[in-house]
Write a protein that binds this ligand. Structure first.
Ligand code: LLP
Length: 412
């Protein structure tokens, strides 16, 4: 449920007309709804109810500092995968003891920065990484809290590019290798093994794969206890899907209940790393129609947003609902919504039923709050879009539109 809705014949973001935002800030424009973000964060945080838990928003989904601050103020931690994300999280005032660091390729300087910040833990993905963390921690005279990311070999039944928990994926360690890693961690004085981690994929629409992975992790944690490794944190990653089109993913509460039932009585702090489920439907991308064009094969609506602003349709063939900002009740035709970039893969929608649009009208691309701006680029030397956060009738510019000067600012 989100706070983008049609009232009095036009699209509103909470208490503000989207057309007004588009006119004031220009397009393409990312518009986020604060109430929606809060609602989704709370849904997750409440989902685990009585269980000791921490909700770590996955920064890669949306890394805008204002948005991170807003979540941090509500008690959220974050899941980071780079030094850049750590930098953003700290700038946003996120409590370092609520930061977990995931990713297969943590670099030496990133590990150092995270240790200095005293983050909650590193989700370690290989024996070499573990040794590297141990070495740097010793050098800094500190102890690194770690969990090992387990690859539970579970099919998450999602797009192959965003499946991560299958044995052919690059992520995590299988249980045999993980046992070795835990024993190594236990023997390394600068490393403290405190947790176990997994993340099986993204845009999951069923509970089954989560529970299957959780059961495997719990059985493994029980076996490890015999070797003197005491797991206190269980990080189940992110991955809960959202409705882009007709998907009907489980609610956070249903996921929470399934986790609580499966954990039954064990003394563990559960960590979840939702990204999409918090931010996805809390954002839209507003865009202006530049031209329309009818060829012998297709109707094209050419808009000012492109694959550099929102790459998901081009990259994954992802569906994003598109609607008029000011519907006029016109008959629908079948169109491709495309951007100005010089590639045939530059589309936001293909063969979509939309009214015959006129130049100058605005469209809203829905469910663009996660993996929208964060995956954007300057391809074709297009300055990146602006981002605004709406809170009731208040609007805050969360990121200025880039300028031409920004495009070449770092070039010598
Ligand atoms: N934790 C880890 C370790 C992850 O790798 C990810 C996402 C998450 C949490 C958050 O997953 P979420 O709750 O958002 O599903 N660019 C793709 C999604 C890639 C997801 C990568 N990892 C897309 O646009 O669909």
């Amino acid at each position: 449920m989100d706070y983008f809705e049609y009232r009095n014949g036009e699209l509103w973001a909470e208490g503000v007309r989207v057309k007004e935002l588009a006119e004031r800030f220009g397009t393409p424009l990312y518009v986020y709804s604060k109430k929606t973000l809060e609602r989704h964060y709370k849904a997750f945080d409440n989902a685990l109810g009585e269980l000791d838990h921490l909700t770590c928003f996955s920064v890669k989904a949306n890394s805008n500092v204002s948005l991170l601050r807003l979540l941090g103020e509500r008690g959220a931690g974050v899941d980071i995968v780079s030094g850049g994300e750590l930098y953003r999280a700290l700038k946003a005032g996120i409590d370092p003891r609520r930061i977990v660091f995931s990713g297969v390729g943590k670099q030496e300087h990133e590990i150092r920065e995270a240790l200095k910040a005293d983050i909650l833990m590193f989700n370690v993905e290989s024996a070499q990484e573990l040794k590297q963390i141990g070495r740097i921690a010793a050098e800094l005279n500190t102890t690194a809290r770690i969990s090992i990311r387990i690859n539970p070999d579970v099919d998450p039944k999602t797009h192959p590019y965003i499946s991560t928990g299958l044995k052919q994926n690059k992520f995590g360690l299988d249980m045999l290798e993980a046992t070795g890693a835990y024993l190594l961690a236990k023997e390394t004085p600068s490393v403290e093994p405190v947790g176990m981690d997994c993340h099986i994929g993204s845009q999951l629409t069923q509970i089954g794969p989560f529970v299957e992975a959780l059961k495997k992790l719990l059985a493994f944690a029980d076996r490890l206890q015999g070797s003197g490794v005491d797991i206190r944190y269980l990080d189940l990653g992110g991955g809960l899907g959202i409705t882009y089109n007709e998907e009907a993913p489980p609610l956070p509460a249903e996921l929470g209940q399934a986790i609580a039932d499966t954990i039954s009585g064990r003394k563990l702090t559960v960590i979840l790393e939702p990204g999409r489920a918090i931010a996805g439907n809390a954002g839209i991308l507003a865009t202006r129609v530049l031209y329309t064009k009818k060829t012998s094969a297709k109707n094209f609506v050419i808009v000012d947003a492109a694959m550099n602003d929102l790459v998901r349709p081009s990259l994954y063939g992802a569906y994003h609902r598109i609607g008029e900002v000011n519907p006029k009740g016109r008959e629908k035709i079948v169109v491709d919504v495309v951007g100005p970039i010089c590639e045939s893969s530059d589309f936001l929608a293909q063969d979509r039923r939309l009214p015959a649009m006129e130049p100058g009208e605005y469209l809203a691309v829905f469910s663009a709050g996660a993996y929208g701006f964060t995956m954007s680029s300057q391809y074709n030397s297009r300055p990146r879009a602006a981002e605004v956060i709406v809170d009731g009738s208040r609007v805050t510019l969360a990121r200025q539109r880039e300028t031409y000067a920004d495009l070449i600012a770092l070039e010598i």
